[in-house]
Every structure is written in structure tokens, then in C-alpha cells.
Write a protein that binds this ligand. Structure first.
Ligand code: DP6
Length: 331
């Protein structure tokens, strides 16, 4: 009744921002991401009668009762129900990158838990079911089940059975695609994406326009990825990110994740582009800026980013593998 898995994080090229069903984690819009090579969570899960309640240990510290633990326990309870078991679980998970700093550690952690938890409970699930299960913990986790370029199809059914990820192209398809991740702060963000997106749906006057314009970005991204067209993918992703930020900034009270270092990175990307370099930016619910480019330019871009005041770290990552079982248990 113990199993372990690893899953890479992912960064969205067309963002998920807003839920039509908060309990089942059903989104208002489809989204597209790239699974990041080397930025992963390693998770071990065990269901056993000796546990009096679920225990979750993240990066060496036990999570107290609260939102972060709840993401995990909700998924564990879904697994218990599916497997028809009564035992509680112990979960130990380690990340290779700063937790809750806009690098979607919940995506990798909860995708890894979907695999480890379901196996520990005696279930044998296919990729689609694993994506649906990961989604119940955190929406973006549904995409980390697959490697390479991935679409989370929003689905239309009220039970969520058609809201899951599918692979557009695997991690070997476009090998020289890169994201240069610029860490503009390792501090935990003040507003979690879950609360932020709910506020945007409720109060942003631009939310309706966001939803109306996402589907055409999805089409453009899918075509761009399949043609390996960096300009199409980068410019669509950048515009999509800015549209999501327009809904964030116009939320009441406002949500502004950028800090001065994020702004400096964004301006540098625009300047490099004016000088002929093909690079584009995207950001999520945090100050980190990810620069989309090709491998041949990634070194120069990473060196430029590392010189910017306030940039604490720079990580270059390409398309990574989907979630998989591993033999090494963490306890
Ligand atoms: C801005 O998946 O973290 O990164 O489903 O509430 O857990 P929950 O939210 P989460 O939101 C991710 C938001 C985003 C965009 C994206 O990854 O698509």
C-alpha cells in the first residue's frame, strides 16, 4: 500500500484562469502548457490503518491544517472513495524548486500524487483518469500527467468526465524549445491563484472578454506547436498572458503579481526583440517571468536575465516527460 511517483511542473502558454465548478475544479476555458524538464516533485504515498488522519510532509515540514494541506487531502479523499478504502494516508513530497512562488509546485506535486496515491490505494488508472484525478487536487496538475506540449480540454459535462488533459506533441517533438525561468522572488505569494481567479471571475469587467478570446489562442498555439513556429507560439502566449493579467489587475481588490524585477525582465525581452532576437515572455500567478525562446539563444538570454537587478535565479528548461512511477520511496 505504498507507492512513489515523480512529475514535472508545467507552464501554461494559454492560461487557465477561472472555474465554472470550484468543487470539481472545472475551468471556464481550455488551456495549453509545456511540461518543464527537471523541475519536478517526487512524492510517496501510503494508506495504512495506523494513521488517524492524513499526514502531509512537504519539503521536510509537516503541513498544518489549511489551504495547502486541503489541496492534498481533497485528492486523497477522492482516491479513498474511488478505491472504496477507509484508511488515511501519509504523503511525503519534495520539490526541486521554490514552493508556491509562481512555479506551479502544486501542479507537479498533485500530478505525482495522482499516480502514487492511486497506486498505493490499489487502483490502476489510465492517463485520462489520472489527469482527471490530478485535476481534483489542482487544475493545472491535470496537465503535468503528460510530457511535452499539453492541452487541458475544459469539457462541457457537469460531472467533469470530459475535463482532462491530452497530449499535443511529446517531449521529443520540439527539442530546442526553451523557457528561461527568471525567479524574481522566492517568497510565497500573498494571493494564491485559487482565490485570485475566483475574485477575477466575480469582479473583473474584462473577464467575459478573456473567456471569449482564449479559444482562438488555443487554436493558434496548437497549430504553432505542430509547425514548430516560435514566433506564432511566443507571440500568442505573450498576448494570452497579458490578457490574463488585464483581468487580474482589474479585479477588486487588484491582483498585481509583478514586482520591479519582473517589470525589468519584461522590458528587457521587448528590447531584445526590437533588436531582432526571437523571444517572448509569459507570467503566472507570481512575480516569476518565463522567457520563451529557442535553445540557440537561451544562453545569451539567461545571462542577460541574471544581470537584472532583483533577479535571484535563472533556470533554463525544455520540454519534459510526463508523470511516472519510480521505485525510490521517500519513507
Ligand atoms: C496562472 O492550477 O494553481 O498558473 O486549480 O485552484 O489549484 P487551482 O489553480 P492552479 O492555477 C494555475 C493558474 C495559472 C495559469 C495556468 O497554469 O494555467
Amino acid at each position: 500500500m505504498k507507492a512513489s511517483a515523480v512529475a514535472n511542473s508545467n507552464i501554461a502558454l494559454a492560461k487557465y484562469w477561472g472555474k465554472r465548478d470550484a468543487k470539481l475544479m472545472l475551468p471556464h476555458n481550455s488551456s495549453i502548457s509545456m511540461t518543464l524538464d527537471g523541475l519536478f516533485s517526487h512524492t510517496t504515498c501510503e494508506f495504512d490503518g495506523k494513521y488517524r488522519s492524513h499526514i502531509v510532509i512537504l519539503d521536510g515540514a509537516e503541513l498544518p491544517e489549511g489551504d495547502a494541506k486541503q489541496e492534498v487531502t481533497i485528492q486523497l479523499d477522492v482516491i479513498k472513495e474511488m478505491a472504496k478504502i477507509k484508511e488515511f494516508a501519509k504523503v511525503v513530497s519534495n520539490n526541486t524548486f521554490p514552493t508556491a512562488a509562481g512555479l506551479a509546485s502544486s501542479a507537479s506535486g498533485l500530478a505525482a500524487l495522482a499516480l502514487a496515491g492511486s497506486k498505493a490505494a490499489g487502483l490502476e488508472l489510465g492517463k485520462k483518469e489520472l489527469s482527471i484525478l490530478a485535476r481534483r487536487g489542482s487544475g493545472s496538475a491535470s496537465r503535468s500527467v503528460y510530457g511535452g506540449f499539453v492541452e487541458w480540454q475544459k469539457g462541457v459535462k457537469s460531472d467533469g468526465s470530459d475535463s482532462h488533459a491530452v497530449q499535443i506533441a511529446d517531449e521529443n517533438y520540439w527539442k530546442d524549445f526553451r523557457m528561461v525561468v527568471c525567479i524574481a522572488s522566492k517568497k510565497e505569494k500573498k494571493i494564491k491563484s485559487r482565490a485570485g481567479m475566483a475574485q477575477s471571475v466575480a469582479t473583473s469587467p474584462f473577464y467575459k472578454s478573456w473567456i471569449e478570446s482564449v479559444e482562438s489562442d488555443i487554436d493558434a498555439l496548437k497549430k504553432g506547436i505542430l509547425k514548430k513556429d516560435l514566433e506564432a507560439v511566443g507571440s500568442t502566449a505573450e498576448h494570452n498572458c497579458l490578457k490574463m493579467y488585464a483581468t487580474m489587475i482589474s479585479t477588486k481588490p487588484p491582483i498585481i503579481y509583478w514586482n520591479p524585477a519582473s517589470m525589468s525582465v519584461i522590458h528587457s525581452v521587448l528590447e531584445l526583440r526590437d533588436n531582432g532576437m526571437k523571444c517572448y515572455f509569459t507570467c503566472d500567478a507570481g512575480p516569476q517571468v518565463k522567457i520563451i525562446c529557442l535553445e540557440k539563444d537561451s544562453k545569451e538570454i539567461a545571462e542577460m536575465a541574471a544581470r537584472i537587478e532583483g533577479v535571484e535565479d535563472v533556470i533554463v528548461s525544455g520540454p519534459g516527460r510526463g508523470a511516472e512511477f519510480v521505485k525510490r520511496d521517500l519513507f
